[in-house]
Design a protein around this ligand. Structure first.
Ligand SMILES: [Zn+2]
Length: 351
């Protein structure tokens, strides 16, 4: 815990009270070094999908789309249904799983996943062709209680006080992939991972707002990492690196963002490692810049970057699904990993 968090909370509140108004900042395209929350901008998390709104959207898409099959695969601590959006059901095709918001305060990943699901229900020729060659699973917002701030502990120390990293029992779900003591992780393993046996998994998160590319001052729009636990089969690591290559090339080639190599732990309790060890799934961690809420002020990102970061998540998902469907992922050159600068400045990140 951050010793200064009380001080931070007081400062932010003080600024907001002193300003006396709730500023509305117009959305505009921003670069990777664009604006971040520093007391000059209020946080408007109400623009994000609430749980209820997310469910409504998923149900509406399920009714209208033949391609989508919506499933409830479990319940959270507080009894909220956990949803899985399924596209394609051909056992001879590869299967990819996109997982978002294991941490409730890492919101834009789910916004991106919902857009991706909408895209897959669009009935376009391109999507139809893709879905003939890949099964796509999207599990948006694993931590539904934390995302609603509906938890059994206080959020007074959080900048916004609306979203938390932890689930309702104050457990970090992305450290529960071995013991699986929480209903969210248990359901994910038993009813998604073990039932559908994905070949690939991208785990979408958010990191601090001030992560830079290597030793430079350039702020990154995101960071990526493959499984780093020593028990992972080298072939699975290579496939994971290919997944990262497709995503990296897409984000960078569109001039869209700057990605660094995430500095992450090797513990099996983390999904990136655990799923690769236990099931042989090729995994990739994909971190977006900044968060909706945190007790550390420098982790919180204002709304101005939202559109851009959501888009980054969407193009990452679209590109990887397409490359898995057409097989081009198997040709992806992984050598970029050897020179990809690591994240720096903000060393206390957590996936
Ligand atoms: Zn996270």
């Amino acid at each position: 815990m951050n010793k200064n968090k009380k001080w931070i909370k007081c400062t932010v509140s003080g600024l907001l009270i002193a300003s006396g108004i709730s500023m509305t900042v117009p959305t505009s395209p921003v670069s990777a070094d664009g604006p971040f929350y520093n007391g000059n901008e209020t946080i408007k998390n109400e623009r994000l999908h609430s749980y209820e709104e997310m469910v409504k959207l998923l149900e509406r898409l399920d009714t209208k789309s033949e391609a989508l099959s919506l499933e409830v695969y479990g319940q959270s601590v507080k009894g909220r249904d956990l949803y899985l959006a399924k596209f394609g059901n051909n056992e001879s095709n590869p299967t990819v799983l996109y997982l978002t918001q294991q941490h409730g305060n890492e919101t834009l990943t789910t916004e991106g996943a919902l857009k991706f699901i909408q895209h897959l229900t669009s009935n376009s020729k391109e999507v139809k062709e893709m879905l003939e060659n890949v099964n796509i699973l999207v599990a948006p917002r694993l931590n539904v209680d934390g995302a609603e701030g509906d938890v059994n502990f206080s959020l007074d120390d959080y900048v916004s006080g609306t979203h938390t990293r932890y689930n309702a029992n104050e457990v970090d779900l992305n450290r529960d992939h071995v013991a699986r003591e929480q209903p969210e992780t248990q359901s994910l393993h038993e009813n998604v991972l073990q039932r559908y046996s994905p070949d690939y998994m991208i785990d979408l998160h958010h990191q601090g707002a001030e992560t830079t590319l290597g030793d430079t001052d350039e702020l990154v729009s995101g960071s990526i990492l493959y499984p780093t636990n020593e028990e992972v089969d080298p072939e699975v690591v290579e496939k994971s690196k290919q997944l990262g290559a497709v995503l990296y090339n897409t984000v960078e080639s569109r001039g869209f963002g700057t990605l660094s190599k995430y500095i992450g732990g090797s513990a099996q309790t983390i999904s990136r490692n655990g799923l690769a060890v236990e099931y042989g799934i090729a995994t990739l961690l994909f971190e977006m810049r900044g968060m909706a809420d945190h007790y550390r002020e420098d982790y919180v990102l204002g709304q101005k970057s939202n559109g851009y970061l959501i888009k980054q998540a969407v193009i990452g998902m679209e590109a990887t699904a397409k490359a898995i469907a057409d097989g081009s992922i198997n040709e992806a050159d992984t050598s970029f990993w050897d020179t990809l600068p690591e994240s720096s400045y903000n060393k206390s990140e957590h996936e």
